[in-house]
Ligand binder design. Structure first.
Ligand SMILES: Nc1nc2c(c(=O)[nH]1)N[C@H]1C(S)=C(S)[C@@H](COP(=O)(O)O)O[C@H]1N2
Ligand SMILES: [Mo]
Length: 328
């Protein structure tokens, strides 16, 4: 059963393109692609995403199919769900290389199934589950969220997945658990970036437990009503829309409940640029650039960046009394 949640923080209708425009754009892209031929964009024709209508059920793994997805949003005139082509061809996924086009270009051999997720640390019901079994008891939803990268680009994506809180509660974290640590798969043979020292591998990110239990926090297995493409973090990724994009670990294989704040990959690499909290905050500049504005992929003019990426109503209470300049 698929549930759609409506609340103030939902992307406003004015931020979303009419379905007809979206579909027209899709046709436009398909037509443009036909003229482009192969090369860097050649992967396009191979992605299931391009061919599948948005309302179809989709298979996450051989044994598990996500039910048909409600239309991801009703659409308004101005701002828009970012066209899928941008979202799956302009990526940050350091495991596949440092450039935006590397993930799509290098995704070829990556196998997102079969897939297992280990849940361990301070919880009453630890275990290792096949992704099918991890997902089966959950209710699927579609959530259209803004994503803001520290690099100042942003996108609006209709994710398909499950509330992170539901997945967390099932394993019964103990009272002593204060953080949830997420670990990305380690497969240097399939992920050429892992053969470099760009980051300490595997990629690790973490949320405070209360953040992981916040209703906005999400685990995505699809987007645009279709299965998540490899370059976007197949088969399952974290989405915390009020935080900078790097907090959302892709292709996760482990969830660990801890008492102490976990060491996380970007914070370890460049602590001055990547704080642990990483709440989107236009008032805290990156050491090398302003965070006051952003550019939506596909748009020309920059727009102001919103505190908590526009999700303050749902999340600000979690940081009451906290110095958000110091704890950036
Ligand atoms: N495992 C892993 N997860 C990751 C990253 C990464 O390099 N490796 N990059 C992060 C960053 S910096 C961003 S902005 C988002 C980008 O998600 P997208 O490429 O699907 O838009 O993924 C995040 N998750
Ligand atoms: Mo990012």
């Amino acid at each position: 059963m698929l549930i759609r949640i409506k609340k103030a923080s939902d992307v406003a209708p004015s931020e979303i393109t009419p379905e007809s425009v979206y579909l027209n754009r899709r046709h436009f892209i398909a037509a443009a692609m036909a003229g482009v031929g192969t090369g860097a964009l050649g992967g396009f024709e191979n992605t299931a995403v391009a061919a599948t209508p948005s309302s179809m059920p989709f298979q996450v793994s051989p044994g598990f199919t996500v039910p048909a997805v409600d239309t991801y949003e009703k659409l308004g005139p101005q701002d828009e769900v970012t066209i899928p082509f941008s979202v799956w061809s302009y990526n940050n996924f350091a495991e596949f290389g440092p450039e935006k086009t590397d993930p799509l270009a290098n995704i070829g051999t990556f196998q997102p199934r079969p897939w297992a997720i280990a849940v361990d640390g301070l919880c009453a019901k630890p275990g290792t589950l096949d992704l099918d079994d991890f997902l089966k008891p959950q209710s699927f939803e579609t959530r259209t969220y803004r994503l803001r990268c520290t690099e100042t680009w942003s996108i609006v994506v209709p994710w398909v997945g499950i509330p992170l809180a539901d997945a967390v509660k099932r394993f019964e974290p103990l009272g002593s658990a204060k953080f949830v640590r997420f670990e990305t798969v380690m497969r240097p043979e399939e992920m050429p970036g892992q053969k470099t020292s760009a980051l300490k591998w595997p990629y690790v990110e973490a949320l405070r437990l209360d953040e992981a239990l916040n209703p906005l926090a999400f685990l995505a297995v699809g987007m645009y009503g279709q299965v998540l493409p490899g370059q976007n973090g197949a088969p399952i990724r974290v989405v915390a829309p009020w935080k900078y994009g790097f907090k959302g670990a892709k292709s996760i294989v482990r969830m660990t409940f801890t008492e102490d704040q976990p060491v996380t990959s970007w914070n370890l690499r460049i602590p001055k640029e990547y704080g642990f909290m990483a709440n989107v905050n236009p008032a805290v500049d990156h050491p090398r650039w302003s965070q006051a504005t952003e550019r939506r992929l596909g748009e020309f003019r920059r727009r102001p960046t919103l505190m908590f990426n526009g999700y303050g109503e749902e999340v600000a209470h979690m940081y009451a009394g906290m110095d958000l300049i110091k704890n950036f």
